[in-house]
Write a protein of this length. Structure first.
Length: 98
């Protein structure tokens, strides 16, 4: 019996899961924003309902955010929420290493 398994190495889990580097980059950005928002909300020491009101979303939407349901948020939506949370967003674009 032969073992046909190969070992692939990826820079991030998104590189392994997504079909293209563009999709992986989108997911990395969304994950980064989601984590930053979760940390900001936790620092407020408010209930989910109070935090939702502060961000202008429903409590179920806030629950989705805090539970990390990344598939329910576009990059645009997360950027708007980050702005509403008082977070400053800075992006850097660099060419891929050859």
């Amino acid at each position: 019996m032969t073992n046909d398994l190969t070992e692939d190495r990826f820079t991030s889990v998104w590189d392994a899961l997504e079909d293209s580097s563009a999709e992986a980059a989108n997911m990395k950005a969304r994950a980064t924003l989601m984590r930053a928002l979760q940390e900001a909300v936790a620092s407020w020491k408010m209930t989910q309902a109070e935090s939702a009101k502060k961000l202008g979303v429903t409590q179920p939407r806030m629950n989705d955010l805090l539970r990390g349901r990344i598939d329910k948020f576009s990059l645009d939506a997360l950027m708007l929420l980050a702005s509403s949370a008082g977070l400053k967003i800075e992006w850097r674009v660099v060419p891929n290493a050859a």
